[in-house]
Design a protein around this ligand. Structure first.
Ligand SMILES: Nc1ncnc2c1ncn2[C@@H]1O[C@H](COP(=O)(O)OP(=O)(O)OP(=O)(O)O)[C@@H](O)[C@H]1O
Ligand SMILES: [Mg+2]
Length: 418
């Protein structure tokens, strides 16, 4: 291993996917292949109870979906800034906090980057959303602090933070041939982030870009919220959500919220949660619905269900056609359907709130929408068809430019320190 050459690592620790890039001074950033050839890697950790090892990324997801005994953790970023971060959980006979699991994941990213680069990077720029937590500055600061501590713990010596949408803008700028005012939209798994920036070849070299950032806004809404909403509307009723019991009262809904929320699923498998769910039997008139709920919980199929909903969401959006959520693992022949209309209607209020956040960003920049040269889209959820429609309706006539959905933020982060 050689000594560290000058350069900066960019780490986009995402709610759903993470990516890492490297930029030597004055050079283009390059994304690092993290898993085989893949540059983005699911932010997923699986504690395999059979081989007692910890697995990451696609490997983690595949082991879980393949039925290997163990525990899957997803949406770890959603726990930053929440008291749950310090909570301990038992995996493979040891108690470990979620903060430590975040650290394990970052250590793995650094290790993979080190292998690819042939040297251990010491300087890192980490991405952060405009708000980790909405409307709570103290918890927001805690979230960044937790990430800082994790980065220092895995061996980085110099750690800086950059807003994710600004990083995306810096990446997009490398493609521009003329000066432009751009609304950058980063719609990911956990958050929606916006910035209005002045970009251009002549501006790139400026050491301080603060004057070019006209506004930033963000809201804690992302693809995992879309999955939650679609699951609640279309799938959870099959397990008893809104089902009326013998006394004409609805089954208490908490379990269905947790089961459709990526970062809360794993708590439902604890013995206490299982016995609480079992006790809900008395609140059901239809025993079959309760049996389905218990099957999902006992088989630890919560993430499998969330994955099935997510896949159908993406398929329905991509093909603009109905997509099936195959629930045969719950009960033979059971399925739900996600249609383009369901996506539009079920997600309408969430999409309106994200579009309102984009509007506010342009207003804060002090510009009329007509002053925008382009809207640059990054983040996996920016591909969602009803979102693009809502955005285009808001900013009629402004061209939408679809960027690198999963790598743009990481590339731009590495530029932030140059
Ligand atoms: N084609 C698609 N259409 C709609 N949604 C998609 C598509 N592809 C991926 N997604 C969604 O994008 C999200 C992941 O996007 P991304 O990897 O950009 O998020 P992230 O960077 O991990 O999250 P964040 O930036 O909020 O922390 C997931 O919710 C996924 O379901
Ligand atoms: Mg992201």
């Amino acid at each position: 291993m050689t000594s560290t050459p000058p350069g900066t690592l960019g780490i986009d620790f995402g709610t759903s996917n993470s990516a890492v890039s490297w930029a030597a001074p004055q050079q283009l950033a390059r994304l690092i292949a993290l898993e085989g050839k893949a540059q983005a890697m699911p932010t997923a950790v699986f504690f395999n109870a059979e081989d007692q090892r910890t697995h990451f990324g696609r490997d983690a997801v595949a082991q879980y979906l393949g039925g290997v005994e163990g525990r899957l953790m997803r949406s770890l970023k959603s726990l930053l800034g929440s008291p749950l971060l310090q909570e301990k959980t038992e995996v493979n006979h040891r108690a470990i906090s979620f903060a430590e699991i975040v650290t394990l994941f970052l250590a793995e990213l650094r290790e993979r980057a080190t292998r690819a680069l042939g040297h251990a990077p010491t300087r890192v720029v980490m991405g952060r959303p405009v708000h980790f937590v909405d409307d709570d500055a103290a918890r927001d600061a805690q979230a960044q602090q937790a990430l800082l501590e994790a980065a220092l713990a895995v061996g980085f010596e110099q750690v800086r933070f950059q807003l994710e949408p600004i990083a995306a803008a810096l990446d997009y700028e490398r493609r521009l041939t003329r000066e432009s005012v751009v609304l950058v939209v980063d719609l990911g798994g956990g958050t929606s982030d916006f910035t209005v920036v002045r970009l251009g070849p002549a501006r790139q070299a400026r050491p301080d870009r603060n004057d070019d950032v006209l506004a930033t806004t963000g809201v804690h809404i992302g693809g995992t919220d879309f999955d939650q909403r679609l699951s609640l509307q279309r799938v959870m009723p099959l397990l008893g959500y809104r089902h009326l019991g013998p006394q004409g009262r609805e089954v208490p809904s908490r379990v269905f919220f947790d089961l459709s929320t990526w970062h809360l699923i794993q708590w439902l498998y604890l013995p206490r949660a299982l016995s609480q769910a079992q006790a809900l039997r008395a609140d059901y008139a239809d025993a079959q619905l309760h049996a389905r709920l218990m099957t999902v919980l006992r088989h630890r199929d919560g993430h499998r269900l969330a994955h099935a909903v997510e896949r159908a969401k993406i398929a329905s959006s991509q093909h603009d056609a109905p997509a099936e959520v195959d629930l045969a693992f719950v009960e033979p022949g059971l399925q739900a359907l996600l249609t383009p209309e369901a996506l539009r209607d079920d997600l309408a209020d969430l999409l309106q709130r994200t579009v309102a956040c984009a509007r506010e960003c342009v207003q804060r920049a002090g510009l009329p929408a007509s002053a925008l040269d382009a809207i640059y889209l990054t983040g996996g959820s920016s591909a969602l068809r009803p979102f693009q429609r809502a955005l285009q309706a808001e900013f009629a006539g402004v061209p939408l430019v679809v960027g690198d959905l999963f790598g743009g933020v990481a590339s731009g982060l590495a530029y932030s320190a140059v």
